[in-house]
Ligand binder design. Sequence first.
Ligand SMILES: *Cc1c(COP(=O)(O)O)cnc(C)c1O
Length: 455
Amino acid sequence: MNAIEEDFAELQEVIQQGPIYPNGTPEEIRAHLASHYDFRGQKDLAETVADVERMLRTWQVQVTHPRYFGLFNPSVTLASVVADTLVAMYNPQLANWRTSPAGNEIERHTLGWLAAKFGLPAQSRATFTSGGTEANLSAVTVALTNAFPGYGEDGLRSLAAEPTIYLTEEAHHGFNKIAHLTGLGRKALRMVAVDGDLKMDMADLERRVAEDRRSGFAPFMVVGTAGTTATGAIDPLKELGRFCQRAGLWFHADAAWGGAAILSPELRHHLAGIESADSITCDAHKWFSVSMGCGMFFCRHPDRVAEAFRSQVSYMPDKESRPVFDPYTTSMQWSRRFIGLKLFLSLAQNGESGQAAMIEHQTRMGHVLRESLIASGWRIVNRTPLPLVCFTRDGLDVRRFLASLREEQIVWMSEVPIQGRPAVRACITSYRTTESDVLSVVEEMNRLAAQHAAH
Ligand SMILES: *Cc1c(COP(=O)(O)O)cnc(C)c1O
């Protein structure tokens, strides 16, 4: 524990001082590997670890750098690093309850607490997943099982009408793969129009569902995103809940990133309506700042989950009559890592208010970024209460500008097309990002923009 804590602190220092962007070609990395690792002889473990650390420091975007304003990859908590190490050492198998009662009950306890925060009923079923994509895939699978009794045994081909899912272009693109994997086909995704803030347009949703029903399709599910990847938009969750109830559709809330806001008294009202969801995706490896991968799938219909993931095999330990459940019969995975320990340990150490303070700090840093950009003549082109800022200025060549940020190792940001126009996307995703980080980044960007304008 002490050794990990020391290493953790030391690495933070090193990363903070070092470059954010990697520097290396595939040829260079492959040549290094080919010349050092033919796996014929034996190598000293400590030496190899040192070499791996060198590789990770050189050939990786340092997502835990306080000036990584990127995708939702967080700076991780010490507790989550300790948890990952413990899990590897004890190697618990969580597929069934009897093999790891401790691990299963710790996960159940943690998920139950969070489910209640989301306002889901006590009998809801929840499991840890590899990430948001597995949770979203679980949601589609359970929703199909719920809507089409023949789906599980006879497959989609037995259905009289083609099932369709409603979401927006701003929803996570993983749903394309999920439509492919489940056999729905990518064309089963119906892209609903968005309003000026890139939120789902309810009138267009109603129109499309009605039209598809008239044309003989079988609408069964709507995906509302709470914090879109590109711009942090939050779909109208309350209206979605009401509409889905009325229309007999499964309401899935994809809160992979934004879901953590449920812990914050300042932010949670932005998620109002999520309690009416049939299922929820939330990633602890995003805004809960635990190491990858730690997704979660919540569902208010335990019987539907049990139906979708049912399995009976002779070689698994017997079920007992006690009120326990075996994750291999309530989730996609079979062999199951003790994923939930990193969220449990982080919550135990920080407490609810400490965990909320981390995201509230990042939200404040997002405001500082937004305000200081506006004050220096930039234009903000997205609207969200979350710390995700998309911006541009007249005449800016976004691609060239981002290349300069990279060359000078100022900050990691990315390009995002907003209503057809390129913009710069910055997300505060590290609890270690300070106000002086933000202000110095804006200062540097102002200098670069002036240079670009002069040429
Ligand atoms: C990140 C994200 C996903 C995908 O989750 P993974 O953990 O990367 O699999 C899905 N939806 C949203 C809104 C996300 O932000």
